[in-house]
Design a protein around this ligand. Structure first.
Ligand SMILES: [Zn+2]
Length: 71
């Protein structure tokens, strides 16, 4: 199922429910754009703060942070 826009490219190494930097599984991952590659990745809040200058928070897509909870 394809659910991204065409210009919305994900980094090859990105995993949807893990942080791109530290690999930690988290419910509160941010979807951010990696400036160096201009690809989208997921970051946990800690890595987001550490790398704020390297990544840009992207608001063009709805966050799906609650998807994992499964209530
Ligand atoms: Zn992280």
């Amino acid at each position: 199922m394809k659910c991204y826009d065409n210009d919305y490219e994900w980094h090859k190494k990105d995993v949807i429910d893990k942080c791109f930097m530290c690999g930690e599984k988290s419910e509160g991952l941010f979807v951010v754009r990696h400036f160096a590659s201009m690809k989208m990745v997921h970051l946990c809040p800690d890595c987001m703060v550490d790398r704020i200058s390297e990544y840009c928070l992207d608001n063009t897509r709805a966050w799906k942070g609650n998807m994992i909870k499964g209530d």
